[in-house]
Design a protein around this ligand. Sequence first.
Ligand SMILES: Cc1cc2nc3c(=O)[nH]c(=O)nc-3n(C[C@H](O)[C@H](O)[C@H](O)COP(=O)(O)OP(=O)(O)OC[C@H]3O[C@@H](n4cnc5c(N)ncnc54)[C@H](O)[C@@H]3O)c2cc1C
Length: 496
Amino acid sequence: MNRITARRVTFNIDALKLAQRTFCSGAGAGVKLPGAVSDQEPADKHELHSDLPVHDVAIVGGGMVGMALACSLAHQPLTNQLSVAIIDSNPALLSSDCIKKEDPPDPRVSTVTPATIGCFKDIGAWKYVEQHRHAYFDKMQVWDYTGLGYTRYNARDINKEVLGCVVENKVLHKSLLSSLQNAGFQQKIYPSRLSSMTIQPSSSSCPHKSLSKLELSDGNSLYAKLVVGADGSKSRVKELAGINSTGWKYSQNAIICTVEHTHENRCAWQRFLPNGPIALLPIGDNFSNIVWTMSPDESSSRKLMSEAEFITEVNRALDNGYGPHPKPRPSGPFSWLTADATTPSADEGFEVPPKITKLGSERMVFPLSLNHANTYASRRAVLIGDAAHTVHPLAGQGVNMGFGDAFSLSKVIAEGIAVGSDIGEVSLLRRYETERKPANMAMMAVLDGFQKAYSVDFGPLNVLRAAAFHGAQYISPLKRNIISFASGDQRFPLFL
Ligand SMILES: Cc1cc2nc3c(=O)[nH]c(=O)nc-3n(C[C@H](O)[C@H](O)[C@H](O)COP(=O)(O)OP(=O)(O)OC[C@H]3O[C@@H](n4cnc5c(N)ncnc54)[C@H](O)[C@@H]3O)c2cc1C
């Protein structure tokens, strides 16, 4: 681990009891950066009975999003001197084990967008991703079981080389960790879990400098100016900060697993079936990953069925079950749409996905839900990633939204430091919320709309869906807009 420089303040326990948890970091003379905790933090006037570490930022949750924030803070000139605590009991954070090429693929993967790839490059993490298994894809095909239409996307439609890259979650995580370790940053990892969080009221001698006190499950405690909840969908920070959220369960589960096929795959495939979509995502070599949404009953039986039966079911779902293949070009009422089709992919015919031959991992099941925190920021606490929002995985956007939060928050913290603001002040944190909430809500609305539109088998709606497939396939501006939005280049779709 890098230099561990959690700065300590001392204070008198009796005084603390009297003041009912009154604590002051006292940023005065000797502060290196505005907004950062000083090395010479003035101690409370009562001295030395206990000492607890004080950090500028405590990131609760060292998953992919929490680590992206730490890494981003480490790579900005205005934030790279902050003292950052990362609290998470995940042993991967302290492990020096390397991921080997020959290790079996992690069934948990993420499709990362070109926007995310760009940010990873900026923070020096992408070069580590490229040292491990990953798969860029430049084509995508989306269709449904009715056989009424399909859409193909090609990176050349928007003059790009790739539409995205599929990376195992453990590779994304390890790459962020490697980049952080090489940055010479002052992070301290607490291998524990957050139990409680209280804001220490400001004292009369320092009215504006209250801190948040965090108590951990292993009995340790620390103070922080800003607590970042990157602790996933069941966020303890959200709960302790009293932030409510809105959402619902989808009555759908996703089965994920790695599968092997006969030849290499460079296309991302998604077919909508009556009970939910199935996606086949390339992960390099002859492997792909499956994300298959279905009813909870179906997921229970498909998790338990034999490998041979499961593979047969997967091949039916991707190819020859539920309905016919779409026709090469629309006829009848939709034929006029083809007239102005100018994108390279408009001429691409429907293709059948690779045939699955083997299972490459265990099958894992995840219940699916939508959840959105009513606010992302409160005094000394802010939410990022799944702690702020969870979405349906049908377009592979969840962690990309979280990375967007992490990079936005680190920029806002830097802006606050530049003007001498207290980084835990809610007025500063609201700037992050103002930037991220509308973009996240737009994405959530689109994903939820898709989930609902493709969950209904009803004649007129099937025709509307066919129109949508043809529109996306042949109306060039619409197609480019969809690709740019899904790539993270554009924050809002055309119609919002
Ligand atoms: C089936 C499926 C497929 C998906 N596919 C994609 C995809 O292709 N592309 C994409 O962009 N997204 C995808 N997602 C979404 C993506 O996986 C999540 O958005 C992402 O994992 C969220 O990351 P996070 O770091 O915010 O939270 P998490 O990954 O949940 O990490 C939270 C961390 O906080 C820690 N923690 C929890 N509680 C505490 C506590 N009290 N104290 C300390 N630490 C704590 C945990 O140990 C964990 O390390 C998919 C999701 C599912 C379910």
